[in-house]
Design a protein around this ligand. Structure first.
Ligand SMILES: Nc1ncnc2c1ncn2[C@@H]1O[C@H](COP(=O)(O)OP(=O)(O)O)[C@@H](O)[C@H]1O
Ligand SMILES: N[C@@H](CCOP(=O)(O)O)C(=O)O
Length: 357
């Protein structure tokens, strides 16, 4: 029997200013996997160590760069991790996965979070494991260890999340190096390693309301900045003043974005941050100017501006004047020799979905 299904996972913008590793919004720009399992096509998948023929559409982000072997690609490695935790060693013979990916890689729009969520949903479907989204979050959080993108991509909408404290035994499982969780490219051999099951309910979240008049403008520089590198420049400790500065704004922002009409006098200052943006300026030419150059008084309709995730994308929230706001930010990047594209995006309210067909 042939089985076919589609997995769709939204991009995300994390932090939203003061909510470092806490806040995220799912964005209507979808990573899509078209999956078919047809045992009569087993000859097509015999060259892959795990029986999987993986392809990307030519217009996909990462088409030229992402690996297609199932033990090297982030989506299928993640699916193999979920399957192997549950005693399924490989994809069924004749598994074909075609990926369409409009989410730019390494730009702060949650491409890796979407790939991890897609991989976990793929593993759950292939193995017919019947996991809830809450349980699938546990698997995701063993791989990407900040919950903001993952939660927004899985659950959709505007989310706040945290990781709960783990018991010492759980901590051991959680501290397993990533290389032992995800299968490493092996040259074709299966090491037989069974990864430890993730602890349950690692991540806790709430979904806030979001005023639908608020749209997301993403200004996307044409250079990549890996999240790991962008986390590497952050300090290990903060002053009380800086932490209180962010906590005060975080508390106000989560409610301010639900109010009608949206109030720029509240949202703009509530999107200021002292925990990550000041340190990331050295990695993003022009960031200081950009965060100061567009304000609600110079650009009516603008509500707030911040770095999207770990950058380099800029997220501007606005109700109108989208093109002018984007163009001003593009011009400032241009003066710093950085080319950009931009997108106007709505929230993705439903998060990740699977549709059988
Ligand atoms: N659709 C995808 N397919 C395969 N690998 C992906 C995909 N999306 C992201 N990745 C991997 O994740 C990396 C980017 O992750 P990261 O540095 O966290 O940036 P981002 O801010 O885009 O999440 C890519 O270089 C690639 O290795
Ligand atoms: N809170 C994280 C978010 C990273 O998001 P990404 O989209 O850049 O992967 C951080 O700021 O490091």
């Amino acid at each position: 029997m042939v089985r076919s299904f589609v997995v769709k996972v939204p991009a995300s913008s994390a932090n939203i200013g003061p909510g470092y590793d806490v806040l995220g919004v799912g964005l209507a720009l979808f990573l899509e996997l078209n999956v078919s399992i047809d045992p009569t096509q087993a000859h097509l998948t015999k060259d892959d160590p795990n029986n999987c023929l993986l392809s990307y559409s030519e217009d996909s982000e990462g088409f030229d760069s992402v690996p297609l072997r199932s033990d090297a690609n982030l989506i299928t490695r993640t699916a193999l991790y979920v399957m192997r935790c549950n005693n399924i060693r490989a994809f069924p013979s004749g598994t074909k996965i075609h990926v369409t990916n409009p989410i730019p890689l390494g730009r702060g729009l949650g491409s890796s979070g979407a790939a991890v969520v897609a991989g976990v949903m793929l593993g759950n479907e292939i193995g017919q494991l019947g996991f809830s989204k809450q349980r699938m979050l546990d698997y995701c959080l063993m791989i990407e260890r900040h919950p903001d993108n993952i939660t927004a991509a899985m659950m959709g909408g505007f989310c706040g999340s945290f990781l709960r404290d783990l018991t010492p035994q759980e901590l051991e499982r959680r501290e397993i190096p990533l290389a032992e969780v995800l299968p490493e490219p092996t040259g074709g051999e299966d090491t037989g390693l069974v990864p430890p099951l993730p602890p349950t309910d690692i991540g806790r979240h709430v979904k806030y309301n979001w005023n639908p008049k608020i749209k997301c403008i993403a200004i996307i520089p044409q250079f990549e900045l890996s999240t790991a590198d962008s986390r590497g420049v952050l300090p290990k400790a903060y002053t009380t003043q800086d932490l209180v500065f962010n906590l005060q704004r975080l508390a106000v922002l989560t409610n301010a974005l639900t109010l009608d009409p949206p109030n720029a006098n509240l949202i703009y200052p509530a999107m200021q941050d002292r925990v990550h943006q000041p340190y990331r300026k050295i990695l993003i030419p022009g960031l200081t100017d950009i965060l100061q150059s567009v304000t609600p008084s110079t650009y009516p309709g603008l509500l707030g501006i911040c770095l999207s995730g770990a950058g380099p994308t800029i997220l501007a929230l606005a109700t109108e004047n989208f093109e002018d706001i984007a163009q001003e930010i593009i011009n400032t990047f241009d003066r710093n020799n950085v080319e950009c594209t931009w997108k106007l995006l709505e929230l993705a309210h439903d998060g990740a979905t699977v549709e059988q067909y």
